[in-house]
Design a protein around this ligand. Structure first.
Ligand SMILES: *[C@@H]1O[C@H](CO)[C@@H](O)[C@H](O)[C@H]1NC(C)=O
Ligand SMILES: *[C@@H]1O[C@H](CO)[C@@H](O)[C@H](O)[C@H]1NC(C)=O
Ligand SMILES: *[C@@H]1O[C@H](CO)[C@@H](O)[C@H](O)[C@H]1NC(C)=O
Ligand SMILES: *[C@@H]1O[C@H](CO)[C@@H](O)[C@H](O)[C@H]1NC(C)=O
Ligand SMILES: *[C@@H]1O[C@H](CO)[C@@H](O)[C@H](O)[C@H]1NC(C)=O
Ligand SMILES: *[C@@H]1O[C@H](CO)[C@@H](O)[C@H](O)[C@H]1NC(C)=O
Ligand SMILES: *[C@@H]1O[C@H](CO)[C@@H](O)[C@H](O)[C@H]1NC(C)=O
Length: 227
């Protein structure tokens, strides 16, 4: 009997405790996180968690979870992918998201995020894709974005971005996809230097108040977007 009890009380490691805190921060009406408990001896079996040689990937897309963005998730060591796409994340994004310092792919699309895109997000210099489409982000694309070193995809489509595009955008030699469509940016012309991007394959400025004389260089057409 004692042995049985001992077997049931499998202790969680530190990463498990962080994930428990992440779970507590969300309302989870569908029980998407119901297997995030101490009955598994490895977190890698929990819904949405993938482990690969000392790195973690968290994919909670389409989980119907509700609540603010908590940076506690950034305490997972070597968190490389984070997707919370298509949920009800309803806060602003905190500056200390920069604590997710190993992140390569961040997808927060289709949520209820508001306020400015935090300046400090650009401190995540490992970031390769930043997908923020279909939220209510406002203000500018921060000047700090010049610090990104590996960003290949920047797609804040369908937000309320009503400010300006930083001139540093022309330094993004790694960028392949730039999609700024469906935002009420301050009317302006994208610097023609943007055509100097050696890697740019796709530029979309539909209904963004932005114009560019070099857009014809990029052959793919912008996808129609309803909101
Ligand atoms: C993070 O990854 C590095 C290798 O990239 C590894 O040396 C380190 O042990 C990992 N850290 C943890 C806490 O898993
Ligand atoms: C976000 O959702 C949570 C959980 O439903 C709620 O308690 C909170 O008031 C919401 N916050 C905002 C800013 O709407
Ligand atoms: C991380 O995200 C990228 C881009 O969405 C994807 O190609 C890759 O397979 C993901 N890796 C893991 C381990 O889920
Ligand atoms: C997002 O913006 C739309 C359009 O302005 C508005 O109707 C909606 O209430 C906003 N939602 C949030 C969560 O701010
Ligand atoms: C972000 O990067 C800037 C410039 O490199 C640095 O001054 C600042 O301390 C960093 N902030 C954080 C929170 O890492
Ligand atoms: C952009 O929208 C935000 C939030 O609605 C507002 O506070 C700000 O004044 C607007 N900025 C401009 C330049 O219109
Ligand atoms: C872009 O290319 C043009 C012409 O090739 C050049 O004059 C300009 O200085 C370049 N801009 C940048 C930022 O490299």
């Amino acid at each position: 009997m004692v042995l049985l009890l001992l077997l049931l009380v499998v202790s969680l490691n530190q990463e498990g405790l962080y994930l428990q805190q992440v779970k507590l921060g969300f309302d989870d009406p569908d029980g998407a996180l119901s297997d995030w408990n101490n009955r598994h001896d490895t977190l890698c079996e929990w819904s949405g968690i993938k482990c690969d040689l000392e790195t973690y990937s968290v994919d909670l897309s389409n989980a119907n979870i509700v609540g603010p963005f908590h940076t506690i998730i950034c305490r997972l060591p070597n968190l490389t992918n984070l997707s919370l796409s298509n949920n009800y994340i309803n806060s602003s994004l905190p500056d200390d998201i920069s604590a997710c310092e190993k992140l390569q792919h961040l997808d927060l699309s289709e949520n209820y995020l508001v306020g400015p895109i935090p300046t400090m997000i650009a401190n995540i210099t490992t970031l390769r894709s930043l997908v923020l489409s279909r939220n209510n982000f406002s203000d500018d694309i921060p000047e700090s974005f010049g610090r990104f070193q590996r960003l290949e995809e920047l797609a804040p489509i369908g937000n309320l971005l009503n400010g300006t595009i930083p001139s540093v955008l022309v330094n993004f030699f790694t960028l392949r996809v730039l999609n700024l469509a469906y935002n009420p940016f301050t009317p302006s012309q994208i610097p023609s230097d943007i055509g100097n991007f050696t890697n740019l394959e796709f530029l979309c400025l539909t209904q963004s108040n932005l114009v560019s004389q070099i857009q014809v260089k990029f052959q793919r057409t912008c996808v129609p977007w309803g909101r």
